[in-house]
Write a protein that binds this ligand. Structure first.
Ligand code: GLN
Length: 302
C-alpha cells in the first residue's frame, strides 16, 4: 500500500521541478502548457494554484501520485517524445474529454470540422434528416461517432474498427459519456461488418489512414514513434483505403446519403476525380481546415 507521505512533496522541490520541466519543454520545442496539463491530469494539481510562487514556501504539497512518478512521466515526454495525451490518458476533442491510449490515434482538432460538415450537409439537404443510420469507419477512440451522436440525437450510429483494442477504448468513451445506447460498435474491415444494412445509411463519416507509407517515418516523433501505424498508413500513395471507401460505399448509402472523409494536404484533386469516375456520386465538394488546407471531401450518393 502506498504510504501517504510518499504522496507529499515539498513546495521547493515541486517548484524546482516545475521550472526545470518548463525549461526542458522550451529546449525540446514542446508547448510549456503541457507541464501544467500533466500536473493537472495526473498529479491532481490545479495549474493556476501552482503558478503562484507562494507554493514554494509550503512545506508539503499533496499529490495524487508519487512525485518520482510525475518526474518519470515528464521524462518520457521529453526524451521518448511520448505525446502528453498518452501520458495523461485523456485528450480533449470538441466538448468531450476522451480516454486514449497508444492503441488509438489522438483525435486532432481539424477532425472536429467533420461533424460541422456532416450537420451542415444534412441541414442543406431535402432528402436527409438527422436521423437514420450513420457510419464512422475506422473509429479509433470513437471521437467521430461520439461527435455525430451528440450533434444528431435521433441518429443511430455504427462505429467500426479493425482493432479490438481501439474498440475497447471507443466503447469505454461511449459509456463514460452516456452514449452507449446510441452507438453500436463492430469489429472488422470498413463496411464489412455492416453488410446486413446495405442501402440503409444516411451518411458515412471517416478519418481513414491516409499517409503514404514512405512518409510515416518522416512525421514528427510523437506521431511516428507512438501513434498506431494502422491508423496512419494509407499504402504507397496514401489512398488505398480512400479508394476502397469510394468504391464500396454506394451500396451502403441511401440515395442522397453523404460520403464524407478527411484526407491529407495535396490529395483533394485526386480524391475528387476518383469520386467523379466512380459514377455513383454527385455534388462533390472539397472543404479546407482552419489552416486553409484542402482537408475534407464531401459527396452525395446519387
Ligand atoms: N492527421 C493525422 C496526422 O497528422 C493523420 C491521420 C490519418 O492518417 N487519418 O498524422
Amino acid at each position: 500500500m502506498t504510504q501517504p507521505q510518499q504522496l507529499m512533496v515539498s513546495g521547493v522541490e515541486l517548484w524546482q521541478w516545475f521550472t526545470q520541466a518548463r525549461l526542458a519543454a522550451v529546449v525540446a520545442d514542446i508547448p510549456v502548457s503541457e507541464v501544467d496539463w500533466l500536473l493537472q491530469e495526473v498529479a491532481g494539481l490545479d495549474k493556476l494554484a501552482l503558478r503562484l510562487e507562494s507554493f514554494k514556501d509550503r512545506l508539503e504539497i499533496p499529490l495524487s501520485m508519487p512525485f518520482s512518478k510525475l518526474a518519470t512521466l515528464w521524462q518520457q515526454r521529453v526524451d521518448a517524445r511520448m505525446p502528453v495525451q498518452y501520458l495523461t490518458g485523456v485528450a480533449p476533442w470538441r466538448n468531450f474529454l476522451l480516454s486514449v491510449s497508444p492503441a488509438v490515434l489522438i483525435p486532432r482538432p481539424e477532425t472536429e470540422c467533420l461533424i460541422e460538415l456532416a450537420v451542415a450537409a444534412v441541414e442543406n439537404s431535402s432528402k436527409l434528416k438527422k436521423a437514420g443510420c450513420w457510419a464512422d469507419l475506422g473509429t479509433g477512440s470513437g471521437a467521430i461517432a461520439l461527435g455525430l451522436a451528440y450533434a444528431m440525437p435521433a441518429a443511430q450510429i455504427h462505429a467500426v474498427d479493425y482493432s479490438a483494442a481501439a474498440l475497447e477504448i471507443a466503447s469505454y468513451n461511449a459509456q463514460k459519456l452516456g452514449f452507449e445506447t446510441r452507438i453500436q460498435f463492430h469489429q472488422g474491415s470498413w463496411w464489412e461488418p455492416l453488410n446486413s444494412l446495405k442501402g440503409e445509411f444516411s451518411g458515412m463519416v471517416s478519418n481513414p489512414p491516409y499517409i503514404p507509407s514512405t512518409l510515416i517515418s518522416e512525421l514528427q516523433p510523437e506521431v511516428a514513434w507512438h501513434e498506431p501505424h494502422l491508423a496512419l498508413n494509407g499504402g504507397s500513395d496514401g489512398l488505398d483505403y480512400i479508394r476502397h471507401l469510394i468504391e464500396v460505399s454506394p451500396i451502403y448509402l441511401r440515395s442522397g446519403g453523404i460520403w464524407l472523409i478527411e484526407m491529407m494536404a495535396g490529395q483533394a484533386p485526386v480524391v475528387a476525380e476518383l469520386l467523379r469516375q466512380q459514377g455513383s456520386y454527385c455534388q462533390i465538394k472539397i472543404f479546407s481546415d482552419l489552416a486553409g488546407i484542402d482537408r475534407f471531401a464531401l459527396a452525395y450518393r446519387a
